[in-house]
Write a new protein. Structure first.
Length: 260
């Protein structure tokens, strides 16, 4: 890609506007904040600030970003900044795009923040089911403890009955019909918790209804042949779309009431 003014990279933005970008960053930080050192977080926050003109896109030089940290009284090294970038790329938070000058020589990079997606090992449709291992009924307490520990280690996945009690039973039972894995159930419910975090008017029943409606749409789309490589990211999109429509309907109703 040819180097140029930040305006040339608007098409790379993954976000509707700055508010949408900030909301996604907040969600990323819930999962990833502990993954970065204090100095790396300073570097990351500086990169985020420089990505405001075009939501989620920055084409500043690393030295410029490091100097900005120093000017703010937060001294970090270039190596710290580069280490932060490696981690951010690894977690899927940032995509780094190389640019080139007119003469073909490499110029500074463009940093493109990605939309939030659940960080999870269970990211594909084919989620492994539990492998049942029997425990002998007649054994000493010591042998039972040892055998039980070995069984747990050899179990590929715990079933849905091990899901956190924070997940409503109705939602847990529905998801179990398709993915009987506690981790999948908890991650799907986590999407609901994050998406409705600032919706203080949402009751637990509202969240449950949203979760069930969104999950049914997920399954319906898959059954109709939609290829879904990441069920959590796809589920996130469905929930967000439903909430966006609800918000638009609310604004429309308010407008009609005001106009009348």
């Amino acid at each position: 890609m040819k180097a140029g003014n930040i305006e040339q990279f608007k098409h790379l933005s993954q976000f509707r506007d700055l508010k949408d970008f900030n909301n996604n960053i907040e969600q990323w930080m819930i999962d990833l904040k502990q993954k970065f050192t204090k100095s790396e977080l300073i570097a990351l926050k500086r990169l985020i600030r420089f990505s405001a003109k075009v939501a989620g896109v920055c084409n500043a030089k690393i030295q410029t970003l490091v100097s900005a940290c120093h000017e703010a009284g937060q001294e970090i090294s270039r190596s710290t900044f580069e280490r932060m970038l490696r981690k951010a790329k690894q977690f899927g938070l940032v995509q780094v795009i190389n640019t080139f000058k007119g003469d073909g020589k490499q110029s500074h990079n463009v940093y493109v923040f990605q939309r939030y997606q659940i960080v999870s090992d269970s990211s594909t449709i084919d989620v492994p089911m539990q492998e049942t291992i029997d425990v002998p009924k007649e054994t000493s307490n010591l042998n039972f403890k040892t055998s039980n520990q070995n069984n747990i280690k050899r179990t590929k996945a715990l079933d849905g009955s091990f899901a956190s009690s924070r997940v409503p039973k109705e939602f847990r039972d529905l998801v179990k019909c398709f993915w009987n894995d506690y981790k999948v159930i908890e991650e799907l419910w986590k999407v609901i918790q994050i998406q409705t975090y600032y919706l203080s008017y949402y009751s637990q029943q509202d969240k449950l209804d949203l979760a069930i409606d969104s999950f049914k749409q997920l399954i319906r789309n898959i059954k109709q042949g939609r290829k879904v490589h990441n069920i959590f990211g796809y589920y996130w999109g469905i929930v967000g779309a439903i909430l966006d429509r609800e918000y638009e309907n609310t604004l429309h109703e308010m407008y009609e009431e005001y106009a009348s």
